[in-house]
Design a protein around this ligand. Structure first.
Ligand code: SAH
Length: 197
């Protein structure tokens, strides 16, 4: 599937119907998801099993499957998971969705992790640490989205894995929580490629 087609397909997926503030449920915009997934495809990182940690409504897991990967999505929230399953079913694409906590889930034979973890903006959310921990434990390569300015922390945290690429992109945050005043707020995020080989 061409990149433009991927983006258009992901654009049409159902998002969070009732986003949970504590879980920091923000969908990855289709453009950013397709950039991330296409760069993984070009490097041969979608050849085997891909796991989306905190898959939400499934944009990264479904996108990986559309590009030919065997894809697994893990999510704590049963409501989001149901939307993800419905999104995959509507496209006729096969993704294995698992309800679980990324901190404790047991996953084997994953080669690549893709994720947009909670940024840790909400108090008590635990932020992205449990995600980075699990991702570097199970994946050979990790693609992950983080708040701008996270590079120092991430480089130290993932050791002995190595940050191989950091790309800065503007992330349109759709208004999904009441404390956000504008409809769409642009924030700066960083896309990481981390190698644990
Ligand atoms: N991957 C999706 C959603 C990103 S938002 C996308 O790119 O659009 C982060 C997701 O992580 C939310 O769906 C949230 O419910 C989930 N999440 C937060 N903490 C979690 C945990 N401990 N275990 C599993 N999922 C979790």
């Amino acid at each position: 599937m061409k990149k433009r087609k991927l983006e258009m397909t992901l654009e049409r997926l159902e998002g969070f119907t009732a986003p949970d503030l504590r879980l920091e449920q923000y969908s990855t915009p289709a453009g950013i998801a397709s950039d991330l997934l296409y760069s993984a495809l070009m490097r041969g990182d979608l050849d085997d099993t891909v796991c989306d940690l905190g898959c939400g409504t499934g944009v990264l897991a479904i996108g990986a499957a559309l590009l030919g990967a065997r894809s697994v999505g893990v999510e704590l929230d049963p409501v989001a998971l149901k939307t993800a399953e419905e999104n995959a079913r509507r496209l006729g694409v096969e993704v294995e969705f698992v309800r679980g906590d990324v901190a404790t889930i047991n996953l084997k034979n994953v080669s690549t992790v893709v994720m947009n973890p909670p940024f840790g903006a909400q108090k008590g959310s635990g932020g992205d640490r449990a995600f980075l921990q699990k991702a570097t434990e199970i994946g050979e390569v990790v693609y992950s989205i983080h708040n701008a300015g996270s590079e120092g922390f991430i480089r130290r945290f993932v050791e002995p894995c190595k940050v191989e690429e950091v790309q800065r992109v503007a992330f349109p945050l759709k208004r999904s929580f009441q404390f956000h005043s504008k409809d769409v707020e642009m924030i700066e995020v960083e896309l990481y490629r981390i190698s644990c080989r």
